[in-house]
Design a protein around this ligand. Structure first.
Ligand SMILES: [Zn+2]
Length: 207
């Protein structure tokens, strides 16, 4: 869809579909938002958090970035978009769950297995993808065949991102107090299925 088509489609929402949500949004405006979960997903246009979880307005606080990565806590004066949204979700909205959701056919993950980026127009992409290096190296150490290595990296990268979430003091504190739970998910585009990581069994299984 180009911009003109998106405008046309938006008109269909305003004129025909919004009425279904009218009361819901009125209440959400009056009461304010109080989502119970923070969803950290990939920017990939095929991974739609509300669609794949069958949730609606007010249900999810969402962060999307390339590769559904979470940088470690860095209390400096730089602009940290992902960290700021995490802080807001945890310390203002007081979400009870954080879901880090990886997905199949993730361009960010597969690019970790390609030659290093040299295009100067992608300087921030190159830096950002460093957040996938540790899981990539870990999975590669098992010496599996390439396709399986990529799929496993897509899945298990989410656990590395959860480790990074725990470097945020407010997250660590709330997890220890039993007020916040961290979840690793994997969404398969071609199946429409979500697999969740069971920390006791140490494996992903379907919902
Ligand atoms: Zn992706």
């Amino acid at each position: 869809m180009d911009e003109k088509e998106i405008i046309q489609s938006s008109k269909i929402f305003s004129n025909f579909k919004f009425h279904k949500y009218k009361h819901e949004f009125k209440k959400l405006v009056e009461d304010g938002q109080s989502p119970k979960a923070l969803f950290v997903g990939c920017s990939d246009s095929r991974v739609l958090p509300n669609l794949i979880t069958n949730t609606g307005p007010g249900d999810l606080f969402v962060i999307r970035n390339i590769g559904n990565f979470v940088p470690e806590y860095q209390p400096d004066s730089e602009f940290h978009s992902t960290a700021a949204a995490i802080e807001y979700a945890v310390s203002v909205l007081e979400v009870e769950d954080i879901i880090v959701c990886g997905h199949s056919h993730c361009g960010a993950i597969s690019s970790l297995f390609k030659p290093s980026i040299t295009n100067p127009d992608l300087v921030h992409v190159k830096k950002w993808l460093e957040l996938g290096e540790e899981p990539k190296n870990f999975i590669e150490s098992f010496g599996l065949e390439k396709e399986e290595t990529i799929i496993k990296t897509e899945k298990y990268s989410t656990l590395f991102q959860i480790q990074n979430l725990l470097t945020y003091p407010a997250i660590k504190r709330r997890v220890e107090e039993g007020k916040l739970f961290l979840n690793a998910w994997y969404y398969v585009l071609e199946e429409g299925k979500i697999y969740t990581y069971d920390f006791e069994k140490a494996e992903f299984s379907t919902l």
